[in-house]
Design a protein around this ligand. Structure first.
Ligand code: SAH
Length: 234
């Protein structure tokens, strides 16, 4: 089951993602938030306060609200404006929107309390000169949603956005890629090494069985989530 060949050339367009949001086809969204972030919150935060935390491909992840409520500053990026508006309205958070001068067509949605800023654009439009650098990253449904051909580009950008010694919690998924085309895409542990190994210390924290009816309907007979902590060292 470690042959990723069948997914190598698969491309999901931005338009297809927008359609998923319009159709309410968002089985990836976890209304109660992710148990692995709850459990490993300390590994991400290292007991520090007032961190800048990045949520790549954020959707309307409720974990952004958790961390904002703890006093951290949240920056997310998401192509679907609908997702971002739903985030603010579902948490009853007042927000305002502004254009992003550096990125044509992009908008940033900011909570009035100003510790949540969500960019509505492609992640590939961002750079550290626009959003600054981060002390922590929560990457769930992000690397695994990136088209396999874009993974290297995605990781290079993430490296550019991380402060030295920052912590990056990464959730990948493991299943037989011959049986489901993705997303989420299967990213083997060897590829995590290839992608992040030259600038990060990588530790696998946990592998959890996440198999559900949804995965059975995809034709799978196992589905794991794999959590890594990456420490940006160089
Ligand atoms: N991380 C979220 C969402 C996962 S689904 C969660 O855990 O719930 C992946 C999300 O990435 C979708 O909402 C999709 O609209 C968005 N997306 C896909 N490609 C993108 C890109 N290039 N830039 C920004 N967002 C993107």
């Amino acid at each position: 089951g470690s042959d990723v060949g069948p997914q190598k050339d698969r491309v999901v367009t931005e338009e297809e993602w927008l359609q998923k949001w319009e159709m309410g086809n968002i089985g990836f969204h976890k209304e109660q938030g992710h148990p692995l972030l709850r459990k490993y919150m300390d590994v991400l935060l290292n007991g520090k306060s007032g961190l800048r935390i990045f949520f790549p491909l954020c959707g309307k992840a409720v974990e952004m609200k958790w961390l904002a409520d703890m006093g951290h500053s949240i920056v997310g990026v998401e192509v679907s404006e609908q997702a971002l508006k739903e985030f603010f309205s579902e948490h009853n958070l007042p927000y305002f929107e502004e254009p992003v001068p550096e990125i044509s067509g992009a908008k940033v949605f900011q909570s009035t309390s100003s510790n949540i800023s969500l960019y509505c654009c492609s992640i590939y439009d961002l750079s550290s000169s626009i959003v600054g650098k981060f002390d922590g990253v929560w990457d769930r449904g992000a690397l695994v949603a990136v088209n396999p051909c874009d993974r290297q580009r995605y990781v290079s950008l993430m490296m550019n956005l991380m402060e030295k010694n920052s912590s990056y919690l990464l959730v990948t998924v493991s299943y037989d890629p011959n049986k489901h085309k993705g997303p989420p895409f299967y990213v083997p542990e060897s590829e995590i090494q290839t992608l992040f190994g030259n600038c990060c210390e990588i530790k696998c924290l946990e592998k959890v069985n996440d198999f559900s009816d949804r995965h059975r309907q995809w034709g799978l007979d196992y589905f794991l989530e794999v959590l890594y902590i990456l420490k940006f060292v160089a």
